[in-house]
Design a protein around this ligand. Structure first.
Ligand code: ZN
Length: 204
């Protein structure tokens, strides 16, 4: 199982953030529980995060947000999960020898909402690193970054599980449209409690 922690950064998650996702505050406790569990159970975790510079192309579509070096760009639970961490810059190159290690945390920076615009991560995806893997996705926003992660992983042959009480969308209409696309792509829905319960059921 792989956790995908999508863009859980101050500018998206906080009510006064530069590109605040409505009601994102409500999912913070679940995000924290999931990330704590990832550390405790040594789960491979991939965190995507916007890392922008002034003048980035994305600012023609969205207001400026997550400027590298500002608090808005930092992950809200930056200390989590408690796992060995590897950071990849937005312009990290594809690496045919790259591999993902169980029990490690990969922070993947990006300059567009789709996390697979990071060439290093995209190379892993196209090479089949996520095929037949259970990919559990949470974070923001359902209709943009989460959507790109879910559909990109489904297309790569992953079993995609979306944690419905640990995601939030920007707008109701695009969120509804995305949910329909997820269903069509075979994406499944789960809840934080269900994800966390698997370990107690397994007695681990
Ligand atoms: Zn961005």
């Amino acid at each position: 199982m792989i956790f995908f922690d999508i863009d859980t950064q101050h500018d998206f998650m906080d009510a006064d953030g530069a590109l605040a996702v409505p009601d994102a505050d409500a999912i913070k406790p679940n995000l924290e529980r999931l990330l704590v569990a990832a550390g405790k159970h040594k789960l491979l975790t991939i965190s995507s995060r916007c890392a922008h510079e002034p003048g980035d192309a994305e600012f023609e579509i969205f207001p400026p947000h997550c400027l590298e070096g500002t608090r808005g760009a930092e992950r809200i639970f930056d200390a989590l999960p408690h796992l060995p961490r590897h950071e990849f810059e937005a312009d990290a190159q594809a690496d045919e020898h790259a591999r993902l290690n169980a029990g490690h945390h990969y922070v993947v920076k990006k300059k567009a909402y789709d996390l697979f615009t990071n060439a290093w991560l995209e190379a892993l995806r196209t090479r089949g690193a996520f095929a037949h893997q259970e990919c559990v996705i949470f974070g923001v926003a359902t209709d943009y970054c989460v959507r790109a992660a879910a559909l990109g992983l489904a297309q790569a042959g992953a079993r995609v599980l979306l944690v419905e009480d640990a995601i939030r969308g920007v707008a109701p209409d695009t969120t509804e449209k995305s949910l329909a696309e997820f269903r069509a792509a075979g994406v499944e829905f789960t809840k934080t409690e269900t994800v966390l319960n698997q370990w107690s059921v397994a007695g681990k």
